[in-house]
Design a protein around this ligand. Structure first.
Ligand SMILES: Nc1nc2c(c(=O)[nH]1)N[C@H]1C(S)=C(S)[C@@H](COP(=O)(O)O)O[C@H]1N2
Ligand SMILES: [Mo]
Length: 203
């Protein structure tokens, strides 16, 4: 047991949660902050597609209706932003990678997933982070369609990493044999982004 407990941990305990769920340097927020670079893009559902490209046997281009027709998965998970807010028990519904992988069939060389979003935003994770049981290509949050400010119509949720890896306004997932640092990673954020190890900035 740590000798000193932080005020942030005391707040978590008072809110009725196990303080062990709070990664170092984080504090619990009840609200869901909105955070991104640039403006909220307008996405036209009629023309929107999700492209699955790169190291796959079968590239995919899914319309919104086609994505919604795939098996739906709901997760409840904690999310952690590098700016230090954490939100517990966030609910997301969408398509799990396993159901997309069954269609696109990643090759043996698919080691990284590069998310592409509106306005040129990208974010990179090892493919294993996308395979995580709680990761989703999400179109609902807490039972309602994702709002535009939270990345609707479709965003990534990669809860094993700081939340900047969870690209809002997703347009494509590129599977790659080599890593390709994304928007925030090139800006100086840590490539791995493990919040338990406080991998916030730098490599
Ligand atoms: N397209 C895009 N996605 C993005 C970002 C961004 O700037 N552009 N910022 C990331 C960051 S830093 C965070 S913390 C989360 C915030 O998601 P939220 O606004 O739904 O809380 O989105 C991530 N996804
Ligand atoms: Mo963030």
């Amino acid at each position: 047991m740590p000798l000193f407990r932080s005020k942030a941990e005391d707040k978590v305990r008072e809110a009725g949660y196990d303080p062990a769920r709070l990664p170092p340097g984080q504090y619990l927020t009840e609200k869901w902050p909105v955070l991104h670079a640039g403006d909220v893009p307008e996405v036209d559902l009629a023309t929107w597609t999700l492209e699955i490209t790169g190291q796959v046997e079968q590239p995919l281009s899914l319309t919104y209706d086609e994505l919604r027709a795939l098996p739906a998965t709901t997760v409840t998970t904690d999310i952690h932003c590098v700016t230090r807010w954490s939100r517990f028990d966030a609910g997301f519904t969408g398509v799990h990678w396993r159901d997309l992988a069954a269609l696109c069939r990643p090759t043996a060389t698919a080691n990284f997933a590069i998310a592409h979003a509106e306005q040129g935003f990208t974010a990179n994770v090892p493919l294993s982070a996308l395979e995580d049981a709680h990761a989703l290509v999400a179109y609902e949050a807490d039972g309602a369609p994702l709002t535009a400010e939270h990345g609707g119509p479709v965003r990534l949720v990669i809860p094993s990493k700081y939340f900047w890896k969870s690209a809002k306004w997703l347009t494509a997932i590129e599977l790659s044999s080599i890593d390709k640092p994304g928007f925030w990673e090139r800006y100086g954020y840590h490539n791995e982004a493990d919040f338990w190890q406080e991998q916030r900035y730098g490599f």
